[in-house]
Design a protein around this ligand. Structure first.
Ligand SMILES: Cc1cc2nc3c(=O)[nH]c(=O)nc-3n(C[C@H](O)[C@H](O)[C@H](O)COP(=O)(O)O)c2cc1C
Length: 149
């Protein structure tokens, strides 16, 4: 049994409310995330819309928990909701200290708006976590294709 865990959460993006430039703020978050995650053995993916963040963090349990503790208290977002935290067989984003879905496409925005849970039952959250993971896998793969095309 390997010590590999995958945490999926979503949160309300409060950057624009605070009057900051969204693109610049997200790019700063990404730079910090990549630097820290590389050192901690954490990989994952981040998606944002004007209203939401969704992120997958994966790695050794302690490293994922320590990273999430810091993220959770970050003032650039609020209503941080863990959708799922599960042992995983393998990483979904093995080559990314933090994959980034770029400017959210209309389709991804709609999908995320739809996935953010409106209720808090464990099953609803886990299903939403699964949906966010699949969405991020798909969107980051599309980005790869676009970049290398
Ligand atoms: C949506 C969001 C995602 C973040 N993702 C990460 C991450 O994956 N890894 C990380 O170390 N910090 C991440 N951060 C930043 C942390 O909240 C925190 O600012 C940072 O870890 C502090 O790092 P430092 O002590 O090296 O400055 C994220 C912040 C936000 C708002």
């Amino acid at each position: 049994m390997t010590d590999l865990y995958q945490l999926v959460y979503c949160s309300r993006n409060t950057i624009s409310e605070q009057g900051d430039n969204l693109a610049e703020a997200v790019s700063a978050i990404l730079a910090t995330a990549r630097h820290n995650n590389r050192q901690a053995g954490v990989t994952g993916a981040l998606l944002f819309t004007r209203s939401w963040f969704a992120q997958v963090l994966e790695g050794p349990r302690d490293a994922v928990e320590a990273t999430f503790e810091r993220i959770q208290s970050d003032m650039r977002h609020g209503d941080v909701t863990v959708l799922s935290f599960l042992a995983a067989e393998q990483r979904s984003f093995p080559n990314w200290s933090m994959a980034f879905a770029g400017e959210p496409t209309e389709a991804a925005t709609q999908a995320l708006d739809h996935l953010v849970p409106r209720s808090s039952g464990v099953e609803t959250l886990t299903a939403a976590g699964h949906g966010v993971l699949r969405l991020l896998e798909r969107v980051t793969r599309d980005e790869d294709t676009r970049v290398s095309a």
